[in-house]
Design a protein around this ligand. Sequence first.
Ligand SMILES: *[C@@H]1O[C@H](CO)[C@@H](O)[C@H](O)[C@H]1NC(C)=O
Length: 224
Amino acid sequence: MAAAQVLAVSILLALASSLAFASDPSPLQDFCVAIKDPKAAVLVNGKFCKNPKLAKAKDFFFSGLHKPGNTSNPVGSKVTAVNVEQIPGLNTLGISLARIDFAPYGLNPPHTHPRATEILVVLEGTLYVGFATSNPDNRLITKTLNKGDVFVFPVGLIHFQFNTGETNAVALAGLSSQNPGVITIANAVFGSKPPIRDDVLARAFRVDTKLIDNLQAQFWMDNN
Ligand SMILES: *[C@@H]1O[C@H](CO)[C@@H](O)[C@H](O)[C@H]1NC(C)=O
């Protein structure tokens, strides 16, 4: 009987811990300011927390989001992220922010956030935005957004934002993770290190290996 209870409890604990890591956890305390030095710290959800009594305003603060990002790059856009790396007080809170700048006709290329839904508000300019749904439909949902318009990109789905105007555009995005992650599709597929075998990609994209070699030879910079 006792052994059976131990087993039942172990299974429940195993289930609970796997569920807790399925997405950003809800905190069981007011906050858990992330610190690198483990001295005099408690461990919550994989990061060391600062003793809450020592928390300061600077742990919850970032300055500089009024500054435009440098869009002088091949895609003409720049993402300035404000997540747990910039604000250690975001640790365990399941939220972060980004500023996205676009040169005229600049593109934030197709990408996904593996851990976050994104809600975007256009502050300046006009953006043509969209996301594709998962298999089997792969339905493309798009919208042209003007200043003040808000749009949602559901967690994990491939999405993009394109400045269709002749002026700069600026957007702010809220993300439902302290660390949303970014996978830029072209970079991950054609710019991985080491490269994916060209015959694998040729078969997947139904083109010849020459075209794949050409794509793999491009410089796949990311804009974040
Ligand atoms: C913007 O980035 C480009 C390319 O890296 C660089 O040449 C330029 O100096 C940068 N501009 C500013 C204002 O930092």
